[in-house]
Design a protein around this ligand. Sequence first.
Ligand SMILES: NC(=O)c1ccc[n+]([C@@H]2O[C@H](COP(=O)([O-])OP(=O)(O)OC[C@H]3O[C@@H](n4cnc5c(N)ncnc54)[C@H](O)[C@@H]3O)[C@@H](O)[C@H]2O)c1
Length: 315
Amino acid sequence: MKILITGGVGFIGRWVVKYLLKEKHDLWIIDNLCNAKEDNLIELCSDPHFKKFIKVDIKNKDILHQIFQEKFDLCLHLAAAINVQLSLDNPKEIFETNVEGSFNILEEARRTNTKVILMSTCMVYDKAKNSQKIDENHSLLPRSPYAASKITAENLALSYYYSYGLPVAVLRPFNTYGPYQRIDGEGGVISCFIANSLSGKALNIYGDGRQTRDFLYVEDCAEFVKRTISSDKIWGETINAGTGKDISINELALLIGNGSGKIKHLSHIHPQSEIEKLVCDYSKAKKLLGWEPRVSLEEGIARTKEWICSQRKKD
Ligand SMILES: NC(=O)c1ccc[n+]([C@@H]2O[C@H](COP(=O)([O-])OP(=O)(O)OC[C@H]3O[C@@H](n4cnc5c(N)ncnc54)[C@H](O)[C@@H]3O)[C@@H](O)[C@H]2O)c1
């Protein structure tokens, strides 16, 4: 298949590119590099199926118009402004990238009859209650402009399915972690905890640390995306991916810090945007795609730690 991947230089995008090259799909990648380095693609860009990387902002309609002249079979739309805290400080940027940018992609897809898979997120959900896991019918709650922008992009995308018959699907991975995620304050909590623990620094927990997350290893996420693109059962569907197990941030800090005790609780910058409990029911992905997560949290943390150590040796 001839596939356009937006945000393909980013953390999840880079793994998706790797998995789809293995399947011999021809890939065009666009990214404005605002949250990723082109180096992420170094070991992938010599593959004969890696057709082109174009540095472009999805807000730029004119360049998107030219790029879509290529006539793709599918657009995997991953590009997004992803920082929840920043979305509270600067909602305009989130709206322009995640809503207007997605609209630009959908319009080009409609014009060229290109299938679209939109990468959304578990952050659109209201918290899990009691021991209930979150399936795709769980209530949504826009706790932050980020969540609102993703809910809006999802609805826009699905409206193209219902209004124009465009094949569109929405994916909602839960918190994803692993190699290539940023290890500074802008990265995910697992990468930040590992990096701080290796440097002998305290693991900073915002709030009381009792909030829970369901952490999905990035290669399980890439496998999930790979399976969606080879299925004809996904159009018009919204599909979760997670592990079905959650862990509190306090427990995660103990696990990564080996109980070293170097944990600091800081007051939450935006406590109102916290989702207290997130845990995924992935039975729809299992039923439709035969997908199940394979990598345990312990194994995923070990692989991420190994990668962070290898990066430090290079510096
Ligand atoms: N990381 C997670 O835990 C997680 C979980 C669920 C869903 N997601 C979703 O997966 C997707 C990828 O997330 P990620 O964690 O890999 O983040 P990321 O920031 O590493 O990847 C996003 C990519 O999009 C690019 N980008 C941002 N704005 C752009 C613009 N205006 N034009 C072109 N490119 C732009 C960035 O440079 C980056 O390479 C996002 O849609 C995100 O919402 C992430």
